[in-house]
Write a protein that binds this ligand. Structure first.
Ligand SMILES: CC(=O)N[C@H]1[C@@H](OP(=O)(O)OP(=O)(O)OC[C@H]2O[C@@H](n3ccc(=O)[nH]c3=O)[C@H](O)[C@@H]2O)O[C@H](CO)[C@@H](O)[C@@H]1O
Length: 361
């Protein structure tokens, strides 16, 4: 199959595409592949690192309020649709896949206009602006949460789950925490999505003196852009050997199975990973996302007693320690919540997604 993938901005839109690509490679389904993103998005770093052919086009996202900048956005959009059409005509894909983020709007729109089969993946329980727009033009819409179904034409919907989940399903612990200088004691992973989250970082810093004294370990991921600031704040502070602090984890699939509990944002791709592995979590939804979709994402786990929800407002160093202790010091509770999380996961989501692509061509 000849396939163009497009999606980006943040990891949550990139990793589902990479999961489909990895699974297609395993099944020898790819003849030729092209990933289209922007230079600014995380994809320009992550995708070439995986050895996947990558092309960047220029584009920018819409401002939600009316702004003069939107005129520039529309001009750039039309220009990038022309660029995307040229790329598509040259590459001749059998199918074009979009996984969200504004870059996919131009690529998928261009493909649909050229009558190439198209499918998008909506990871969240509330559709993003790009996917809502594309829903009118593409052939199929793959979703992870039934709750989002009524935001797209009914005939286009297929419930696949998030393809990223399949990359994690069935992975066993690998003893990889030692790469961070940690032992095999129960470990709490703290991270604020693919870019890190200021508020979670602050809570970690103020909880540090108490976390230093715990029997459990903490692997704290600040996010690449916040790392220098974290290092500066840590100057002269005690960091015991049960704590590891890093800017980013490149290889999440090998690390997550070693983790006992996650405290983090409620991005949909992170949730697919958590549920694939059956990891109990403490979710602090980002209040800065469209239509508060992370709270709705989180709620689907909280309702099944697979996660605890802490609002950003509630999150302080003190609450971080209290909710973490509650799970880290109670294995029975962790097991129960972990099983509940696993029951939500879709272990064959990438295969389901590939079936949608195959059915289209
Ligand atoms: C602020 C924002 O717009 N967030 C959105 C974005 O989140 P974001 O990009 O943070 O996405 P998710 O939380 O869903 O996924 C993060 C991804 O990054 C990976 N990772 C993270 C940290 C790290 O050190 N290493 C690493 O590999 C995780 O394993 C995961 O695969 O896309 C999600 C999926 O559409 C949405 O639900 C989120 O609301």
């Amino acid at each position: 199959m000849r396939v163009i993938f497009s999606g980006g901005g943040t990891g949550g839109h990139i990793y589902p595409a990479l999961a489909v690509i990895e699974r297609m490679k395993e099944r020898h389904l790819i003849d030729e592949l092209l990933y289209v993103g922007t230079k600014k998005g995380l994809e320009s770093k992550i995708v070439p690192q995986k050895g996947i052919p990558f092309t960047a086009i220029e584009l920018q996202g819409f401002k939600r309020s009316l702004s003069l900048d939107n005129i520039k956005t529309i001009t750039l959009f039309l220009k990038s649709v022309r660029t995307a059409k040229k790329l598509i005509r040259q590459f001749k894909p059998d199918v074009v896949v979009g996984t969200g983020g504004y870059v996919s709007s131009a690529v998928l729109y261009a493909a649909a206009r050229l009558h190439i089969p198209t499918v998008i993946n909506e990871q969240n329980s509330v559709a993003g602006i790009t996917n809502r727009f594309l829903g009118h033009f593409v052939d199929k819409v793959s979703i992870s949460f039934q709750a989002v179904a009524d935001q797209f034409p009914a005939t286009k919907i297929v419930l696949t789950g998030n393809p990223r989940g399949q990359q994690f399903a069935g992975i066993k612990p690998n003893d990889r925490l030692k790469d961070f200088g940690l032992q095999q004691a129960p470990t709490l992973l703290i991270f604020g999505g693919s870019r890190g989250a200021e508020r979670i970082n602050q809570a970690f810093l103020s909880a540090l003196p108490q976390l230093n004294e715990k029997k459990y370990q903490v692997l704290f991921v600040s996010g690449q852009v916040h790392f220098a600031k974290i290092q500066a704040s840590l100057k002269g502070k005690q960091v015991n050997s049960n704590i590891a602090i890093v800017p980013y984890i490149d290889d999440m699939p090998t690390i997550l199975p070693d983790v006992a509990v996650i405290l983090g944002r409620a991005g949909a791709t992170s949730l697919a990973e958590i549920t694939a592995l059956g990891i109990p979590s403490i979710l602090v939804p980002s209040p800065y996302v469209t239509n508060d979709h992370q709270t709705k994402n989180a709620q689907s786990l909280v309702d099944k007693n697979a996660a605890r929800l802490v609002t950003e407002e509630q999150l302080t160093g003190e609450t971080l320690v209290t909710v973490s202790d509650d799970l880290m010091q109670n294995e029975a509770k962790r097991q129960e919540m972990g099983q509940n999380a696993k029951a939500i996961g879709v272990p064959d989501a990438a295969d389901r997604f590939i079936k949608v692509m195959q059915d289209l061509i």
